[in-house]
Design a protein around this ligand. Structure first.
Ligand code: UDX
Ligand code: UDX
Ligand code: ADP
Length: 465
């Protein structure tokens, strides 16, 4: 087993940035270089003002402050990074394809292939290549076929090391990982590569938590883990709809079933729908793989998790329209939150985007407040859907940094992200600001129903009648 002294990570995003920062912190003898084609992003990672890092994660800037310039480096010189490293992580984005075969389902592997070709072009010595990005099963094979045909006699070992960190808790998830999964060939050189990567993680994690498998099991486990987590959310969300029609309370149901140790209490919070870059994409990948092997029932089973999630977002928007006397045209509706969950500025697949889009179709006047998401991102998210032209999006929807002031003459407030600060607002003042009846639609089950009702609000909370 070889001890690694130089690591390069291609892709300075939500996965690559935090993961490499933690490796640098825990492995002071390893030089870690994160490279990215996006020069602006690299400049942000190198900014003297640590509040300008390109992503927000609690605890991240402190680690970057400690390691940057010592053994953690950010660079746009991708070739140099590859050339110097013994171990290369590929951590580039793999969005769902928006064109051609597998459109809307399969992952777009364009960036991965570009990385592989780049490594093949630059590498002069043997290297361990680690796939970190979420990838469809068998991507390692694609990588291998590109890398093994360079004709330069350089040997590559390909490992799959899927990421299980969740945004907003990325640093804690990395430092205290439930498990690390390392997939690789069951050959002597494959075993040695797996042990080298395991050695990196053993700097801070007990060996029992580092699981070794073959490549395919590792690649598939990543998709399945996310599919199971998303399935729990869709399952409880399906029950939330039933609770709203009866006197049952979804929180009580979740608590009651969660006490069964076979079920467990985590990931049972009913919400306006799951978002994020992974859940939907990974399930779509799973569905695509199942279909490609002719396993129609398997594909349909998992597809239902997404159908339920879409239903939950649509249901929330439709409830706003019907409660506001079947019309929201010209009515001011304030959105609290745009990110797909609290403590992150990431908005990929956020429920807020789809709820906004549905209400904008009804000509609502939306004002959005999110403590971490920029105006530019919010408009980009809406424009990307292509439902209406960008000009109209800007006419119908405004972005504010003044959450209380924004409620002046509003008909309703919709809570789309569970930011803690919303709980501390002066809701009496907000009530006074609003038109009456003043409606609050709590898509995150954040606020207390009785307290809100006693202020005077017409309060709707997901999963309660
Ligand atoms: C997820 C996985 O948790 C992580 O292991 C994997 O590496 C990447 O995908 P992430 O997308 O960052 O992480 O966030 P997560 O906390 O899993 O939440 C995903 C979505 O589900 C969010 O929109 C969240 O609000 C929602 N959710 C989660 C619920 O609605 N209810 C819950 O009980 C839990
Ligand atoms: C079940 C519930 O467990 C129990 O709480 C409830 O009160 C009654 O229903 P039971 O039907 O007796 O109990 O058995 P259980 O152990 O849950 O198994 C049900 C079926 O699922 C069995 O056929 C079992 O073989 C199968 N099973 C269970 C699996 O195939 N895989 C598993 O991992 C677990
Ligand atoms: P993730 O959530 O998977 O980390 P991000 O989009 O946050 O996704 O980050 C992926 C990063 O990978 C982006 O900064 C992008 O510029 C970078 N990237 C994509 N393709 C390449 C490539 N071929 N070479 C170098 N960097 C790349």
């Amino acid at each position: 087993m070889k001890k690694i002294s130089k690591i390069c990570c291609i892709g300075a995003g939500y996965v690559g940035g935090p993961t490499m920062s933690v490796i640098a912190l825990k492995c002071p003898e390893i030089q870690v270089t994160v490279v990215d084609l996006n020069e602006k992003r690299i400049a942000q990672w190198n900014d003297d003002n640590l509040d300008n890092l390109p992503i927000y994660e609690p605890g991240l800037k402190e680690i970057v402050a400690e390691t940057r310039g010592k053994n953690l480096f950010f660079s746009s010189d991708v070739d140099k990074g590859i050339d110097e490293a013994e171990m290369i992580f590929i951590s580039v984005n793999t969005p769902t394809k928006t064109y051609g075969k597998g459109k809307g389902q399969a992952a777009d592997l364009k960036n991965i292939e570009l990385c592989a070709r780049n490594i093949a072009k630059v590498a002069k010595e043997d290297k361990i290549v680690v796939e970190k990005s979420t990838l469809p099963v068998r991507t390692a094979e694609t990588l291998k076929s590109i890398l093994d045909n360079t004709g330069k006699g350089v040997k590559f070992e390909i490992l799959s090391n899927p990421e299980f960190l969740a945004e907003g808790t990325a640093i804690d998830d990395l430092l205290n990982a439930d498990r690390v999964l390392i997939g690789g060939d069951e050959t002597p050189s494959g075993q040695a590569a797996k042990d080298s990567l395991s050695w990196v993680y053993e700097h801070w994690l007990p060996k029992e938590r580092i699981l070794q498998t073959n490549v395919w099991s590792s690649e598939l486990s990543k998709l399945v883990a996310n599919a199971f987590l998303a399935q729990r959310v869709s399952s409880i969300n399906s029950i939330s709809a039933l609770c709203e029609k009866t006197d049952a309370n979804v929180a009580e149901v979740a608590r009651a079933i969660g006490f069964d140790s076979r079920i467990g209490s985590k990931f049972l919070n009913s919400s306006v729908g799951f978002g994020g870059s992974c859940f939907q994409k990974d399930i779509l990948n799973l569905v695509y793989i199942a279909k490609s092997f002719g396993l129609q029932e398997v594909a349909e089973y998992w597809e239902q998790v997404i159908i339920m999630n879409d239903y939950q977002k649509r249901r929330f928007a439709e409830n706003i329209v019907s409660t506001l006397y079947n019309t929201v045209s010209g009515k001011k509706i304030v959105f609290y939150g745009w990110a797909f969950k609290k403590d992150t500025n990431d908005t990929r697949e956020s429920a807020a985007i789809y709820v906004a889009d549905a209400l904008l179709e009804e000509k609502a006047q939306i004002v959005v407040y999110d403590p971490k998401v920029s105006e530019e991102t919010i408009y980009a998210d809406l424009d990307y859907l292509g439902t209406r032209d960008p000009k109209e999006n800007r006419e119908l929807l405004q972005v504010t940094k003044a959450p209380i002031e924004a409620t002046k003459d509003a008909h309703a407030i919709a809570i789309l992200t569970e930011w803690d600060e919303f709980k501390t607002y002066d809701w009496k003042k907000i009530y006074a600001n609003m038109l009456k009846p003043a409606f609050v639609f709590d898509g995150r089950r954040l606020l207390d129903k009785d307290a809100m009702a006693s202020i005077g609000f017409k309060f709707y909370k997901i999963g309660e009648s």
